[in-house]
Design a binder for this molecule. Sequence first.
Ligand code: GAL
Length: 700
Amino acid sequence: MAKVLKFAVLSFCAAFIASKITFGAENSTGAQKFFKDEDLTLTGVYYYPEHWEESQWDRDLRNIKSLGFEFVHMAEFAWYFLEPEEGKYDFKWLDKAVALAKKNDLKIVLCTSTATPPAWLVRKYPEVLRKEFNARYDHGARQHCSNSSQKYKEISLKMINALVERYGNDTAVIGWQIDNEPFARPNEISEEARKRFQDFLEKKYGYISKLNDAWGARFWGQMYNDFSQIGFYSHNPHQYLDMMRFAGTETAEFLDIQAEAIKSKSKNQWVTTNFVPTISAPAIGRCKNLDFTSYTRYMIPGYEGLGEKGFRLGSAFSISYANDFFRPLSNGVYGVMELQPGQVNWGYINPIPMPGAVRLWLWSVWSGGSKFICTYRYREPIYGSEQYHYGVVGPDGITTTRGGSEFSKFISENAQLRKRYNPSAQKVPQSYASRRAALLYSAENEWELSKSKQSNRWNTEQHWRGYYEILKSFGAPVDIVSGEADLSKYRFVIAPAYIMMDETLVKKLRAYAENGGNLIFSIRSGYMDNNGRLYEKPFGGLLYDLTGAKRLEEFDMLPGQKYNRINAFGKTFEWGVWAEIFTPSENTEVWGRYADDFYAGKAAVLHRKLGKGSVTYVGAQSKHFALEREVLKKVYSIAGVNVLDLPQGVVLEYRDGFGILLNYSDKTFDASSIIGNGNIIIGSNKLSTADVTIWDSFDN
Ligand code: GAL
């Protein structure tokens, strides 16, 4: 996907990600052992020795150290230099770079460089190239090889084995990044991929009749006699879901075999990859062999942000959303592999980040609990496809950029906090912990909704974002988790537009509420089974019992910019995107009613007690999510939990005994009432735009 497009899709969300978030549960339990709590976070930088004169390496690494960095990230796109001819390895240059890093007291993260195969490989084995309808791939690009190619996997593993034999026991090498920003490729159409897709389906369904049922193949007479008849082009929405699942599985398998190879030969080195929210989505959650996940984040494509200068800062919740998504995937351990130190070269426009922005982003990553933060890249490239991309130093290789200095500042501030780190201090205040919420997420729902929007005003990302931002403005810690997660630690669970559900999940959610949880659904939840087929019930009928609906009578959407009204809590709210018109069961409270048209007076928001907890269904998307905000406030208040009302763009988090506030808004924020008697270590009670304040000894 073109970079610009990639950014457009992921601008807000870390999140439209993982299908089943069962990511490496067992493997990740132990991932904490790779990091020391008292380090809080480690900071590193990408260095490509192969791009520069060997005589400059020592100078560069020395400077990296003197700027405060603790590790260097190397050999990412270096396959050609590691294996210039098939089977002839050359590690001399990397040995030297590794030795110089050690000499300068830097740790090292190595990569498997499978994103950029050498020319000899694709010329000798052209069948490894990706094939897509309407797209051609060849040497000179990156990620132009197919995840379904067995030949490609075989040759990759040979190179990786040789690399790990060389560095797998080096104590200075702390970890490995597999490939680069691995993504799923649902458009791949090679014969090899097709055959593997057929095998995947046969394994999943066993009998072709089952697949015909799951895919609703009676429609348009799409019936198959045999798995071998299945291809990739189709208008069948149920097939689309399986194609996405298959693409994710192929990518995950490619990552897993690499991770396995590294782990079989290495000692005490972690293995991760740098996922991109969205394009990696189908693969995340399917990998079994990674120790934990890391992600990449680019903040300013020249739009988004608050106020006139917001385009220089980016969205307040872009990083926090990624933190909240990736952290729960591997039991709290995650890192950020790429965070820009300045302008990039691939946005629609590439403005200068506001002075202080890079530091603000660093603290945003930190605030979520990251174990490391690495920046792309040390030197600004003077040739190749990424000219104009900023580095920690400029094109002369020696002048520190503004972003480079902000990295340095962050590193010394983190060192200041390390000194104050107290392992026995309370990690977060009780008031904050009591607001903890889970947002239930499944990428599969996102794929489904992308195919069945029904209204051009529908935007799944925006819908999600609406709920997420309300929770963050309450000062609530949020985990983004799948339906398979243990929900018992959350007092509040919100399932926005959770369209595909099965009985097992409904049962689990019922038990959650009965045991005291507060469950909130939004529009379009529970309509379909996991194949994307509507239930053979009254519309939305799967959830009636749980939500206290007697019937979802109809659903509506309005044209253009038109809005109708809902009366709730003594106020009037507007809606235009989607509305569900309910008849409630007896004993179900109605918190909001439609005010217009032929269904004026009908129910829009349902609420009921269930066991020790409650279930709420918000049946409309309102303008600016104003109704949703009031509903969530009320649910929190009934549960006896106080919430904050943080202004737009102000983010509050706690980790490891420290409180942190980040100001992405265009106004000064007075934090006195939040910090109270806390002891400010960095910043002050008054946060201007891009300011960060950190304190410890917080009030409860
Ligand atoms: C990332 C990619 C890096 C580099 C960077 C430039 O998405 O992983 O290799 O291209 O963008 O901003």
